[in-house]
Design a binder for this molecule. Sequence first.
Ligand code: SF4
Ligand code: SF4
Length: 191
Amino acid sequence: MQALTNRSKVVSKKKMTFWEWIYLPAIVKGMSITLKHFFRKKATISYPEQQREFSQVYRGHHVLKRDEEGRERCTACGLCAVACPAEAITMIAAERKPGEEHLYREEKYAEVYEINMLRCIFCGDCEEACPKEAIFLTDRIVESEYERSPFVYGKNRLVEPLDPAKRIDISKRQTESVLKFKQNKRFAHNK
Ligand code: SF4
Ligand code: SF4
């Protein structure tokens, strides 16, 4: 049969030599490789006890930000969901009622806001699309789970805490990210 590519190899079933038959040279060779690596610096770490430092531009677990007064910034406009290439974001909008001005910044807010972390590719398009600076990707990692359903994150896991001391700081990643973006743009422009 004609090969479709030139990558195919013809496998021959030739008779083993004496040294191949006794396996000893192969075992010694294997052990020497093992010994060589035994004294080398390990490439692996004992996660989660040890953790590597992430890049400043690492994009992980999203956060829905509050404003300076602790009100939710998201107005459920849906632009993040439209921009999402993985169709990972869903939401249900609701009208703010009188007396809820301290909870939601504008008349409309997201009653339900969900991100399916199994679909998300952490591209950051939702962050770019948001006109209210409400959603950001952070340096937190999405925790592993045994079931699929816990990967659908609701507002309970996305909205940052009310306590100002526990707010999620995204300023450093944003600064680094913006700088890198500008550098890349300049590089592309000069090409
Ligand atoms: S990071 Fe990308 S894939 Fe994930 S929710 Fe945002 S837009 Fe969708
Ligand atoms: S996170 Fe931003 S883009 Fe998404 S619905 Fe809320 S305000 Fe709109």
